[in-house]
Design a protein around this ligand. Structure first.
Ligand SMILES: [Zn+2]
Ligand SMILES: [Zn+2]
Length: 647
């Protein structure tokens, strides 16, 4: 190696090009080497995927991204700076507060404090102080100090001292200061507090130091920051919209479900919610039939031997995720997945290639011990029912099987007016099975995806160790991505259960197992569509589809006849007389998100007609009941997304 190359390091830029810089060069030096303008604008860098300060040295072979104003990384850097401003404001306003950590998050930032309590009023006060610090435009200065000096500066800050003690020997100790305040921090930060465009404090929560229940409970103050007041206002608008759609709130309002204290993480479906769930089951079943699945049912309670064979025991109980206990000298577990029982069903007979694919579907209820802090309504639960299915196919049957499954998925999500985004996840570094098998299987998945003319992303190396997968997600009515289901190939379960079939030459071969869920789980899916539709379910899913409102007691008989006629077509019809005015009853119908209200009085009775009002508060008089019925039948049958009789 020549003298010159020894004092140089080579880094790779995002466009794939390489750049040679002096040994010891920083991210900012790299930026200057690209161009002086970029050097001036550098806020921070991303080195091998880690966000670092502009001063951070680059090493030979590093992937370097320069972070400038306006990028997503810049927002993170700015939010980290906003977290510092929060801590500075708190230290100005409170005595004897100990600082813990204050990182940026996907939505904003937080800072953990010990020794203070912070309510909504306090947050306003702190926020006002933060605005002053931002307005003062203090320069944010990075300073490298000795460990000794750092310890002195952190006197009286036990959490910071604990963090300092964990620094690697050769790791530089840096402080960032702004005005009178400074913090032990690796950075990066924006150049001055004035760069923080708009800031707000959102909420307060308790959080254990290091997330450990045996450690001190700290006060976590959440905030967010944006480059402009306009962006912050948009964020608050989206947040209000998400709250308006919160399935827990709508679930209470529409009496869909509850998660009582005696079954933490396990939802009870009330009659209204169960109606939706049953409709979804009825939606999935014929699709399973169409795909050639045989429906089975397997128990939730198994001895752990089953899970030791499948490998789930090792995987799930190491994480404490499986419910496992001992009784009468036998170890039992609640199933965390349905796969093992289906593999067992496959195994019970000798299989010939002529029978393949063998397919089992099950609305299978599984249990996973999610941490109590992470539970949330129907979206994060401990017990849930998957619309699960396993197909056992020969290697050359993968493409066809997956092609058919994806076609059904596309068609199903159309009914919810949702576009499906597919992702192919390919062979990771530590994978099971020979490379030939992986290559062939990935080719089959690509063929299946492309057969429908679909666009899809490829996440190279992101597949599970046991096989590649096609994952899919959808974007809801307000632009949020929801991960829904998967079509996952599995080369490992067939090995573990020693699954075989006999091929045309009478030789034993291993089938490939395909795990798939179309809706995912009923719990999560109901939670998802509740938010997607904001509780305004399509007619076919609405727990109450039509509400009949007689003008007065005089019209009761006619109202009952109308209701009965609709019930004959299996519509879910409620009749409300009560002792309140028609106006109030109409209001209640809207509040309950009933797609259609049918109003009848003596005029309608004489003419043999009805008045119709829909959820969008549109109205029509003198409607022929047969016309309405015919429309409702078609709207339900075609699973139209919104009531459209009055379009
Ligand atoms: Zn920091
Ligand atoms: Zn499975």
């Amino acid at each position: 190696m020549s003298q010159e190359s020894e004092s140089q390091v080579v880094v790779t830029l995002p466009d794939g090009s390489e750049l040679s810089v002096d040994q010891g060069a920083s991210v900012q030096d790299v930026a200057f080497a690209i161009g002086p303008g970029l050097g001036e604008d550098t806020v921070a860098g991303v080195v091998d995927g880690d966000l670092v300060a502009a001063e951070h040295p680059v090493h030979d072979g590093a992937d370097v991204v320069i972070v400038t104003d306006g990028s997503e990384e810049y927002l993170r850097v700015m939010r980290h700076s906003a977290a510092h401003v929060l801590a500075q404001a708190v230290e100005r306003l409170y005595d004897d507060v100990a600082l813990a950590i204050g990182p940026p998050t996907d939505e904003g930032f937080y800072y953990d404090f010990d020794g203070i309590e912070v309510d909504a009023e306090d947050r306003e006060r702190i926020e006002a102080e933060m605005r002053e610090i931002v307005a003062a435009d203090h320069e944010i200065v990075r300073e490298e100090v000795s460990r000794e000096a750092a310890r002195e500066r952190l006197e009286g800050q036990p959490y910071k001292l604990e963090l300092l003690a964990e620094f690697d020997e050769d790791e530089p100790v840096t402080f960032y200061s702004q005005g009178e305040w400074s913090d032990l921090c690796a950075g990066p930060h924006v150049a001055s507090t004035g760069e923080i465009g708009a800031v707000s404090l959102e909420e307060t929560a308790g959080a254990y130091w290091r997330g450990d229940e045996d450690e001190a409970m700290l006060t976590r103050v959440y905030g967010t920051a944006f480059e402009s007041e306009g962006d912050l206002e948009d964020y608050h608008e989206r947040k209000r919209e998400a709250e308006r759609r919160d399935h827990r709130r709508i679930g209470r309002e529409m009496d869909l479900f509850s998660v009582p204290e005696h079954s933490p993480g396990c939802a009870h479906f009330h009659p209204n919610g169960m109606t939706i769930r049953r409709e979804l089951e009825a939606f999935v079943r014929p699709r399973n039939d169409e795909l050639g699945y045989d429906e089975v049912w397997t128990p939730e309670l198994n001895t752990t031997d089953l899970w030791k064979t499948s490998g789930h025991y090792e995987h799930f109980s190491a994480e404490g995720e499986m419910f496992v206990w001992e009784q009468d000298g036998q170890e039992y577990g609640l199933k965390p997945m349905n796969c093992a029982n289906h593999a067992h069903l496959y195994q019970r007979e000798r299989r010939s290639y002529r029978e393949l694919p063998v397919r089992y579907s099950e609305f299978g209820t599984v249990y996973r011990n999610e941490r109590s802090g992470s539970l949330s309504g129907l979206l994060r639960v401990r017990g849930f029912t998957q619309d699960d299915g396993h197909a056992f196919v020969a290697r050359d049957g993968i493409a066809e099987e997956v092609t058919n499954t994806l076609a059904v998925i596309d068609e199903m999500y159309d009914a919810f007016d949702l576009d499906v985004h597919y992702v192919l996840e390919t062979q990771p570094e530590d994978s099971f099975g020979d490379d030939d098998l992986w290559e062939e299987a990935e080719g089959a998945l690509r063929d299946a995806l492309e057969a429908g003319g679909r666009e899809y992303d490829v996440h190279e190396g992101d597949g599970a160790f046991y096989g590649p997968k096609v994952g899919f997600d959808v974007e809801d009515a307000i632009g949020r991505e929801w991960t829904i289901g998967t079509v996952q190939l599995d080369f490992v379960q067939p090995e573990r259960f020693d699954l075989v079939y006999v091929d045309e030459h009478n030789e034993e071969r291993r089938p490939v197992m395909i795990h798939r869920a179309l809706l995912g789980s009923f719990e999560r899916f109901v939670g998802f569509i509740t938010e997607h539709f904001a509780g305004n379910f399509p007619l076919w899913l609405a727990p109450e589809q039509v509400r009949v409102l007689p003008l007065s007691e005089d019209s009761m008989e006619y109202a009952e006849a109308v209701a009965d006629e609709l019930r004959d077509d299996d519509f879910r019809v409620d009749l409300r007389m009560g002792d309140t005015t028609l106006q109030r009853r109409i209001r209640a119908g809207h509040d309950d998100r009933v797609p259609y209200m049918v109003i009848v009085g003596s005029d309608e009775e004489d003419a043999g007609t009805v008045s119709v009002r829909d959820r969008q508060e549109r109205e029509a008089r003198d409607v022929d009941l047969d016309d309405l019925r015919a429309h409702l039948l078609a709207e339900r049958e075609e699973k139209r997304v919104a009531p459209d009789f009055l379009d």
